[in-house]
Design a protein around this ligand. Structure first.
Ligand code: ZN
Length: 466
């Protein structure tokens, strides 16, 4: 069980807050070691993440019982630049039963959404942490009032992790700048299905329970992790991609919503269309989760997007575009969210223009003209957010998309295409800042775009013309 250890309370998370160091037991930290930090100073979520280590892999084994409780073990493989005398993980709710570091029992304490761990001896530069825990995971309420994290459904539960909900179902380094591979084994009553990210490695039934084992090999940010447990119809198929590669699609549909046949048929078409625009599909599996959960949004959960009900074409296109922009190429900081949402909104217009809708030019021109300087569309500027409640607002999505349309006007179709595919290829699997996109745009176009991007992304007022 938990050892009672008194630690300093967590200081308020400001840039000047002292790192939390275990004060007891009274052993001084070994020379050459440091405390692992308790925040990465994200511009919008001051508490998330840790600077002391980099997670390489999460191995999660989670058993879900019919009463809604879970019992789980998360194994974290991490590297640190310096040996750590203590470190923190993000975790909200649940009861921690034990923590082991490098096979030795570690002491731990909880404060706010931090699990503070003091290993028996300082970690090596590579180390493994095993956290055993149980309970009924909580649902997280976002700054904009939406629900994420662990959301109970009529027949099970679904975990949606953007922006910070991942911490409601496993302990982690909950910042989009730390990406890792994932193995997730979900053990559920055998009449239920269990989806996660990536490809299915095995499915075995024993003593009335089925374990579904999923692997996401390509690096994934915690906010893109998915669990969907419940009564689903499960559809498996092969998808042939643009470049000849064939991958498996696993789609989970709530039975009362029908077969979602049109959307399942559209998925490979949208993937191939997106490959023509942005380059190779970045993952080795695909599929969807389609259910009436009631959260009111769709989500680009990596390789297997989630839809709150049967999606229309535009929503499907949006979440699949995120696989390149958001999932494979991930913002380092939540303030760079327009790199996700502006791009996915722009992708919707591209798809529509080639499939019987208005041209990209017409669609965005209409929005630009319809919103005068007093419109809320222009504030806040997409890359100057101060309030995390604005992450998923129209300025980020629509003004963000308009930014790319205005850029296309400025640099031309061909360079725009080169820019987007080069961005996706060069930054594949990484976490990036807006300044890196600006630098690439300047390089590809051979233009000075500093003023252009400032007026579109940072200045509150309506950008003049394009
Ligand atoms: Zn989106």
């Amino acid at each position: 069980g938990a050892l009672a250890v008194t630690l300093l309370p967590l200081a308020p998370t400001t840039a000047t807050a002292a790192p939390v160091v275990a004060q007891a037991p009274a052993k001084a930290a070994a020379p050459g070691t440091v405390a692992g930090g308790t925040t990465v100073h994200d511009s919008l979520f001051g508490e998330i993440g840790n600077t002391g280590y980099d997670v390489k892999h999460y191995g999660i084994a989670l058993a879900y019982a019919a009463d809604g409780s879970v019992k789980a073990t998360t194994t974290i493989e991490a590297t640190a630049k310096k040996k750590l005398s203590s470190f923190s993980l993000d975790l909200e709710g649940l009861t921690v039963d034990r923590v082991r570091v490098e096979g030795r029992t570690a002491t731990f304490t909880r404060t706010g959404t931090k699990l503070l761990v003091t290993p028996a001896r300082p970690t090596g530069k590579r180390f493994t942490v095993v956290v055993g825990y149980h309970g009924r995971p909580v649902t997280h309420i976002d700054p904009d009032g939406a629900q994420d994290g662990w959301v109970p459904s009529t027949t099970g539960a679904t975990a949606l992790s953007e922006p910070v909900g991942a911490q409601t179902w496993f302990p982690n380094n909950n910042t989009p700048r730390d990406k890792a591979s994932f193995d997730v084994a979900l053990t559920v009553p055998k009449d239920l299905a269990a989806a996660a990210n990536g490809v299915l490695r095995s499915r075995t039934t024993k003593h009335g329970k089925t374990t579904w084992t999923w692997r996401q090999r390509q690096p994934m940010a915690t906010y893109l992790s998915l669990v969907a447990i419940g009564d689903f119809d499960v559809y498996r198929s092969k998808v042939k991609l643009q470049h000849g590669r064939t991958i498996s699609a696993w789609t989970f549909v709530q039975p009362s919503l029908g077969k979602a046949a049109a959307q399942r048929a559209l998925l490979p078409k949208v993937l191939r269309f997106s490959e023509q625009q942005y380059g190779r599909y970045p993952f080795d599996g695909t599929g969807m989760v389609i259910q009436d959960l009631g959260v009111g949004y769709a989500l680009e959960t990596q390789s297997r997007p989630f839809f709150d009900g049967v999606p229309d074409d535009a929503t499907l296109v949006h979440e699949l575009a995120h696989q390149w922009f958001g999932d494979s190429v991930t913002p380092r900081d939540w303030g760079d969210i327009w790199l996700n949402e502006g791009f996915a909104t722009y992708a919707e217009a591209n798809w529509a223009s080639e499939h019987g809708g208005p041209t990209t030019w017409q669609a965005f021109r209409k929005v630009y003209d319809a919103n005068d300087t007093s419109s809320d569309l222009w504030k806040p500027a997409p890359n100057a957010l101060e309030d995390p409640a604005d992450l998923f607002g129209d300025p980020v999505y629509v003004r963000g998309g308009l930014t790319l349309e205005a850029l296309r006007h400025r640099i031309g179709d061909e360079k725009m295409q080169t820019l987007l595919s080069t961005w996706a290829r060069r930054q594949k699997g990484k976490s990036v800042r807006t300044s890196q996109f600006v630098a690439l745009a300047e390089q590809v176009s051979d233009q000075d775009l500093g003023w252009f991007f400032r007026s579109w992304l940072e200045v509150t007022s309506k950008p003049v013309g394009y």
